[in-house]
Write a protein that binds this ligand. Structure first.
Ligand code: FES
Length: 113
């Protein structure tokens, strides 16, 4: 799959959450220490979106019931076998692009055996 536009680099502030829907998939984007992360904007618990979520270091806390995820891996801190989908992300000029696959590996948030 090709990379598609998600957000302008200048619109994504260091340590803050950015939101976009490239390819119709709602994602949360984070720039942390210059690196970029893209995760599905849908909590694995009860599907809340992350708008209003708190970011503490590399830990994203869901605003609904405080489930915490490592943005580097998408892993739920209390049970790493539960994951948010993560997407490859890169800069191209002034744009941030992500790669959306038709079938994300962890669409349900549960790792397959
Ligand atoms: S929906 Fe995210 S913790 Fe419940």
């Amino acid at each position: 799959m090709p990379y598609i536009f998600a957000i302008k680099d200048k619109e994504l502030k260091e340590g803050e959450l950015g939101f976009a829907s490239p390819g119709g998939i709602s994602v949360v984007l984070i720039k942390k220490e210059g690196k970029l992360y893209a995760l599905r904007n849908k909590c694995s618990h009860m599907w809340c979106a992350f708008r209003g979520a708190h970011l503490d270091g590399y830990i994203l806390k869901c605003p609904c019931h405080d489930w915490r995820y490592d943005i580097r891996t998408g892993e739920f801190i209390d049970a790493p076998e539960i994951k948010l989908d993560t997407y490859p992300v890169k800069r191209q000029g002034e744009d941030i692009l992500i790669e959306i696959n038709d079938q994300p590996k962890q669409r349900t948030g549960i790792k397959e055996a």
